[in-house]
Ligand binder design. Structure first.
Ligand code: URP
Ligand code: ZN
Ligand code: ZN
Length: 463
């Protein structure tokens, strides 16, 4: 199957120009002006953008969590991704007690294969940090194709500082990258106890218990461990201006610390927790939404490079049935997480590019090119000869009113319900095959379950 995209605005992280892209099989075979190839399918892309498919390096599909499962599996979750212009994901693979990293990877591959419609990889999340698991870091980075490792400094399955240091030493040696959920467990536990005593148990107190000080402290501590070991870390779902300040200060000292933020922290704020009729539970996630005043700093961080990646932390739970399963009278029992995989590109384009907060090229970098570089996805992330033909032909003028009913995520609400988007995927290709297209007033899935394959990633090459 060959495809010729004609006269679109080809966007790269370094600049944009009008041109053509020729796809043959899985790969981009030519990029240039007025290409003269005969193709099975010719698409007039005039007035459209030709973007590398977005890469979401922070998803939780089919994940056991807080007494339930995140609701999207690898079929519904990757269909939603494809319809939103996401053509690769790197999902968290939570190691179970006693498992080796390889066991965990093979177990999760078994869950994903046959279902995924786009390519996927995994970050092993280290929950059982035994000496043999530290020893396995070399193989994970060099052989399994999973060189990034998630650690939690919060939740019951958090690592202690000693374990974290050992992991940093091993990852430094073998080209690994440690990804940190940075919140101080004991600070949050203390505030949980205070609010419990005072009977303050509504969703608003989730945000207050997960104080920004807990995020600042954990980033600072992790950065100090990196300074001592000479290793590197990547802060996941950075939520606050103060947290970013800590990242920036460490970077200014020459420490290898990188960070992602998410659309929810850029566009939604803590007032959501006061939504009537317990609707604030929809936004219970960790870290929580923060005051609106801090958002501009996150956009600046994206512009100036202190934040390198935007990811979703997609971890959906129904409002009716899951969020309210045990948590109606106690925010601590509300499953943490929210949907976002399908709205990543449209929200970043509408709120970032259209509103002039980031350039189109920067959007491509933080959604694709930089993400591919950070996580060793060597065949992904750019419109360039030899790369996988993971492409979004994007209509920058197409309007879309967000409604969970018109999206494909398996969840009964959307955090941006009713927001008007400007710019939507027109056609999405995953390794040269059409997987989604604009149809009527929404994007329709036209791909095939099981075509997505596990991608081995390269060890960290520097950023
Ligand atoms: O609330 C969140 N973020 N849920 C998903 C798990 C995690 O901490 O990333
Ligand atoms: Zn987390
Ligand atoms: Zn997460």
């Amino acid at each position: 199957m060959s495809v010729l995209l004609k006269k679109g605005l080809i966007v790269t992280s370094a600049g944009s120009y009008t041109g053509d892209v020729y796809i043959d099989g899985d790969k981009i075979k030519a990029v240039g002006i007025d290409l003269q190839y005969k193709a099975d399918e010719v698409v007039d892309a005039a007035g459209k953008y030709i973007l590398p498919g977005a890469i979401d390096p922070h998803t939780h599909l089919a994940m056991p969590f807080m007494g339930t499962y995140s609701q999207d599996d690898f079929k519904s979750g990757t269909i939603a991704a494809a319809c939103g212009g996401v053509t690769s994901i790197v999902d968290f693979d939570l190691q179970q007690k006693g498992e080796s990293l390889l066991d965990a990877i093979e177990r999760k591959k078994g869950i994903a294969e046959g279902k995924a419609v786009i390519d996927f990889s995994f970050h092993p999340a280290i929950l059982d940090c035994r000496p043999d698991v530290i020893d396995e870091v070399k193989k994970a980075a060099e052989e399994y194709g999973t060189p990034s490792f998630k650690v939690f400094l919060f939740y019951d399955f958090r690592l202690n500082d000693g374990e974290m240091i050992k992991l940093l030493v091993a990852t430094k040696k073998y080209g690994g990258l440690v990804q940190v959920h940075a919140e101080n467990f004991y600070m949050i536990q203390h505030l949980n106890e205070v609010f419990e005593e005072q009977g303050k148990l509504s969703p608003w107190y989730h945000a207050k218990a997960h104080t920004v000080i807990a995020e600042e402290e954990a980033i600072d501590r992790a950065a100090k461990m990196v300074e001592m070991t000479g290793s590197r870390i990547y802060i996941v779902h950075l939520s606050s201006e103060q947290g970013l300040q800590k990242v920036r200060m460490a970077r200014d000292r020459g420490i290898n610390i990188y960070a992602e933020t998410c659309p929810q922290y850029l566009t939604l704020d803590e007032e959501r927790y006061n939504d009537p009729d317990w609707n604030g539970a929809k936004y219970v996630m960790s870290p929580p939404l923060r005051p609106r005043e801090g958002q501009e700093a996150l956009w600046i961080g994206l512009r100036n490079g202190d934040l390198q990646v935007v990811a979703t932390d997609h971890c959906p739970f129904d409002f009716h049935g899951k969020k309210d399963m045990n948590g109606k009278d106690d925010y601590k029992k509300i499953p943490n997480g929210a949907p976002g995989i399908e709205t990543l590109l449209m929200v970043l384009h509408t709120e970032g590019v259209v509103k002039g907060r980031i350039s189109l090229e920067r959007m491509v970098d933080v959604l694709s090119t930089g993400t591919a570089r950070m996580f060793g996805l060597k065949d992904k992330g750019a419109i360039a000869v030899g790369k996988d033909a993971d492409i979004v032909v994007f209509d920058p003028k197409q309007k879309f009113m967000i409604s969970h009913k018109k999206l494909h995520m398996n969840v009964d609400y959307n955090p941006w319900e009713g927001w008007e988007m400007t710019g939507m995927p027109y056609i999405v290709y995953s390794r040269g095959r059409r997987v989604a297209e604009w149809s009527g007033d929404q994007v329709k899935f036209v791909g095939e379950a099981g075509r997505g394959k596990f991608v081995k990633r390269m060890p960290f090459q520097g950023f």
